[in-house]
Design a protein. Structure first.
Length: 118
């Protein structure tokens, strides 16, 4: 499975941004997709995840109510719509996936940088 994230950029606090993740190779066995992020000097953290087959999202408390994860199976793409961004949302965002039978996310994209200015 290959993951190609895009959509990062610089946005002012309070603004919005949409990240995309194009998925290729072995999509028929994907169970779940998600996003992680890593801020400068901090540990990588979970942001959101979605069931590839059923949809529905799970979110970190820090983004709940502001971010929405979705997927378009026909386009093999996962999205992360981000609203009300704050400087604390700054970081590199990674698209991730895991297949049926795997307990952890096993495939990681190259990351896309989101910078929120105050």
């Amino acid at each position: 499975v290959q993951l190609q994230a895009s959509g990062g950029g610089v946005v002012q606090a309070g603004g919005s941004l949409r990240l995309s993740c194009a998925v290729s190779g072995g999509t028929s066995r994907i169970l779940q997709m998600g996003w992680f992020r890593q801020a400068p000097g901090k540990e990588r953290e979970f942001v959101a995840s979605v069931s590839w087959a059923r949809g529905g999202g799970e979110y970190a408390d820090t983004v709940k109510g502001r971010f929405t994860i979705s997927r378009d199976n026909a386009k093999n793409t996962v999205y992360l719509q981000m609203y009300s961004l704050t400087p604390d949302d700054t970081g590199v965002y990674y698209c991730v996936s895991r297949r049926l039978g795997r307990s952890a996310f096993e495939f990681w994209g190259q990351g896309t940088l989101v910078t929120v200015s105050s």
